[in-house]
Write a protein that binds this ligand. Structure first.
Ligand code: NDP
Length: 435
């Protein structure tokens, strides 16, 4: 806290990891001597820059942009770009720190980074968004590269924004390289990238249940968010025989006791992405559903829960409500949606709890596969990628078991993910000497 004043999210993320790592390295002299945890918790660099753009009324607007390059011990920095008014240096440092462990867990050669701006895309015209993206890339281009740092999308940054940024990178550098992932299929993107995070979070949930001899069949799922991750998580829950009953956005949540169908999910995708609508409109489109303004869905009875909106959206009392209502498993589609108090509640109750760095790694994993396809200058088939995604999520589950089996049939997935991710990065850093 003293080293990072006013960076609460970053301190929270480091604290969560440190709890497990201290225990693991207690009898491992080399990690202490080399101050490895402290080194991973200090980003290699944080670049902060001005993003100046002109709105449709001719006003000059000034925003702040960042790229946090946390660690490149096992591969080029890799992590998304977020455009949201809540973006601060602390938020991006926590995300870049988490990303380092997540990327290590995938087994692919990717370091950790994250970037973004406090720019709010809501209510902006397409031209304004384009001008902002171009201005953002006019500075960012000098810090990134296919073998240096490969950003992707995140909250507020989808295929369209990646297109504008990629176009500007290409214009400035005259290079067509895999410098960004999440690209359109016509110009270097990978199949199933859009679906990968949500699908992956459900595969991980399925793996946890199977490890206990259970399955998703007939399970009622409560999901937050209504963006990319949430809608694809809902879709995969359906594919595997479960019943998703909620979605949300920053205005509140909808509860559909009949369950979301593919048709309803497709409506939400179009409404949120193309019409830039609000989730509350769902109740006008589909009878039987209710809207709960300003609320999160954690008090709704369920078997499994998937927080897929944003950080710190599931607090201690929410976790207690989930446990009291009989929820047996939680898989985090978002990054750090559960605060420390909530994580402790899940751990104490010994329910299955998959932290984001393990459960939502499917997206970055397919981004890693997009990098491989770009390097080879070819595109793999959907079936090949589906198998690879499932394999990668199975691999992450296995890595979590290596360090997370606590005896008595309980697996601490937070500990498993933290230690497996840390060990891979730490061992690479040890091999490189003190730098
Ligand atoms: P989207 O922008 O597609 O959707 C974000 C969703 O979260 C929207 O429903 C949004 O509602 C809601 N939301 C955002 N901020 C808040 C808030 N402060 N309070 C309540 N709801 C909020 O983003 P993604 O689905 O891509 O990302 C969701 C989470 O998943 C993030 O934590 C992201 O970092 C993480 N993630 C995403 C990956 C990906 O591949 N996309 C990969 C790994 C992690 P509203 O419309 O009202 O803003």
């Amino acid at each position: 806290k003293r080293r990072n004043p006013h960076q609460d999210e970053f301190v929270q993320a480091v604290q969560e990891v440190a709890e497990d790592i201290f225990d693991f390295i207690a009898d491992k002299e080399e990690y202490h001597e080399q101050q490895i945890l402290r080194r991973i918790a200090e980003p290699d660099r944080v670049v902060s820059f001005r993003v100046c753009w002109e709105d449709d009324n001719g006003n000059i607007r000034v925003q702040r942009g960042w790229r946090v390059q946390n660690n490149n011990a096992i591969g080029p920095y890799k992590g998304g770009i977020r455009f949201h008014p809540s973006v601060t240096e602390s938020v991006l440092k926590f995300l870049a720190f988490e990303q380092t462990f997540k990327n290590a867990l995938t087994g692919l050669p990717m370091g950790g980074g994250k970037g973004g701006s406090n720019f709010n895309p809501k209510g902006k015209s397409v031209r304004e968004i384009m001008r902002f993206c171009q201005s953002f890339m006019t500075e960012l281009y000098r810090h990134i590269g296919a073998d240096t740092d490969v950003p992707a999308g995140d909250i507020g940054v989808g295929g369209r924004e990646i297109g504008y940024m990629f176009g500007q990178y290409k214009r400035i550098t005259n290079q067509f390289t895999g410098v960004l992932t999440g690209k359109g299929l016509e110009w270097g993107g990978s199949l199933i990238r859009t679906e990968a995070t949500g699908y992956g979070a459900v595969y991980f949930l399925d793996n946890m249940l199977k490890h206990k001899g259970d399955s998703l069949d007939g399970k009622v799922a409560v999901i937050s968010g209504s963006g990319n991750v949430a809608t694809h998580a809902a879709e995969k829950i359906l594919h595997l025989g479960g019943k998703p009953i909620t979605l949300s956005d920053s205005g509140g949540f909808i509860h559909d006791p009949d369950g979301l169908t593919q048709e309803k999910i497709d409506w939400v995708k179009t409404h949120k992405t193309h019409r830039r609508g609000r989730i509350k409109d769902y109740v006008d489109a589909f009878k039987g559903a209710t809207f709960h303004e300003g609320k999160t869905p954690w008090n709704v009875e369920c078997d499994v829960a998937l927080p897929c909106a944003t950080q710190n959206e599931l607090l201690g009392d929410d976790a207690r409500a989930l446990v009291a209502n009989g929820c047996i498993a939680v898989s985090e589609g978002a990054n750090m949606p559960s605060n420390l108090d909530a994580v402790h509640v899940f751990k104490d109750a010994k329910i299955m709890f998959a932290p984001g760095k393990a459960a939502n790694a499917g997206g970055v994993a397919v981004s890693g596969l997009e990098m491989s396809q770009n390097s080879a200058r070819r595109a793999w088939k959907e079936e090949e990628l589906q198998v690879l995604l499932r394999d990668i999520m199975d691999g992450i589950h296995d890595r979590c078991l290596t360090y997370g089996e606590m005896g008595g049939g309980y697996t601490d997935y937070v500990r498993g993910a933290n230690i497996a991710g840390f060990k891979k990065v730490a061992d690479a850093m040890l091999a490189f000497g003190v730098v």
